[in-house]
Design a binder for this molecule. Structure first.
Ligand code: PEP
Ligand code: MN
Length: 357
């Protein structure tokens, strides 16, 4: 597997889980007929709660050997401990991948890295479930230190408590930051686990391409509706073909030969800005809700809306903090003045509301 020098997008496809020899073989044959060269399948499945389908275990490796013999595809499975690594390597698995629950655990990552020390095996590392860039980078570094040179990062989104259209929030700014900090690590997107459902796969995959990702890992099943895990997000091989045919692949860099190497693209920078703007709005709303509650308390305690001492103190602290962060006093003043005006307006509305009691 040589993702860096391959034509974009480099595609990895296959079912969430291996379920039967027939299922993996039929899926693989069709995927291979489209020129896709790497087949994925989960053998040991990390489930949130026991009792759910936990994978077929080692016997699935035998089925995968047949896939390799019959299609010539390279194979990749998720490994979560040293026993998995041992069995996968014994079965001739070509590429290992570290799942999102495992990459969140440095002890587990270190053990797996030690078990492949000095070996010539490619490793793909999914982002940890929690939105912690250093944890992801740390997992990559552990494999680098173990002498693994062919490392790929997989972006599969992050757990979040807030309600969202995504199963896992993409938080594009995090892989963008990973790219900035580890320029030589290829990144592939796993839109299946980000979306959790079929209808978002195309747009997430397109976004990943616009952000210069090297490839995509997409869960593909010969009969998705009957899948034993992640049924809602898996697609048929035909749909996979349609999805990849519909992708628009733009130039990675300005065609200007003098353009600096590795410059972040406008799309990357704009995506990060948009996400931070959303975060600012989210916090402005939260702040305003609290200001309204303060309005109610002031009304009930019969005190005035404007409390100059308190406001002067907020402003003084804000300017100090802003200056420490390289923001001008003028900007901080204007920004907080606007927030304050809006708070006063909202509190005034509360004061003016006639009590129905
Ligand atoms: C998977 O790829 O099927 C899987 C379990 O992924 P993740 O580790 O991203 O949840
Ligand atoms: Mn899955």
């Amino acid at each position: 597997m040589n993702i860096k020098n391959s034509k974009r997008p480099f595609i990895i496809a296959g079912p969430c889980s291996a379920e039967s020899e027939k299922q993996v073989l039929e899926t693989a044959k069709q995927i291979a007929s489209y020129g896709i060269t790497v087949f994925r399948a989960g053998i040991w499945k990390p489930r949130t709660r026991p009792g759910n389908f936990e994978g077929v275990g080692s016997k699935g490796l035998e089925w995968l050997k047949t896939v390799k013999q019959e299609t010539g595809m390279q194979l990749t499975v998720e490994v979560a401990n040293t026993k998995h690594v041992y069995e996968a390597l014994k079965a001739g698995i070509d590429i290992l991948w570290i799942g999102a629950r495992t990459s969140a655990n440095p002890f587990a990552v270190q053990e797996i890295a030690d078990s492949v020390k000095g070996m010539n095996i490619p490793v793909m590392i999914k982002n940890p479930v929690n939105a912690d860039i250093d944890l992801w980078i740390g997992a990559i570094e552990r494999f680098k230190k173990a002498g693994i040179s062919n490392i790929t990062a997989i972006h599969r989104g992050f757990s979040s408590y807030t309600k969202s259209i995504y199963r896992n929030e993409p938080m594009w700014r995090i892989p963008i930051e990973l790219r900035r900090r580890m320029k030589d690590i290829p990144i592939i997107c796993d839109p299946s686990h980000i979306s959790g459902k079929r209808d978002l796969l195309q747009s997430i995959s397109q976004k990943a391409m616009d952000l210069n990702y090297e490839g995509l890992m997409i869960e593909t099943h010969i009969n998705p509706d009957t899948a034993l895990s992640d049924a809602k997000q898996q697609i048929t091989p035909e749909n996979l073909k349609e999805l990849t045919d519909n992708l628009i692949i733009r130039h990675r860099k300005p065609t200007d030969a003098n353009a600096p190497e590795n410059i972040e693209t406008l799309e990357e920078l704009r995506t990060a800005i948009d996400e931070y703007d959303n975060i600012i709005f989210d916090y402005l709303k939260k702040r305003m809700d609290i200001a309204k509650n303060i309005g109610k308390v002031k009304k009930n305690s019969n005190i005035t809306i404007l409390q100059p001492d308190r406001w002067n103190e907020i402003m003084k602290n804000a300017v100090k903090k802003g200056n420490e962060l390289g923001l001008s006093s003028k900007f901080v003043n204007t920004f907080f003045e606007a927030i304050h005006q809006e708070s006063i307006l909202q509190q005034t509305n509360i004061f003016n509301k006639t009590d129905k009691r």
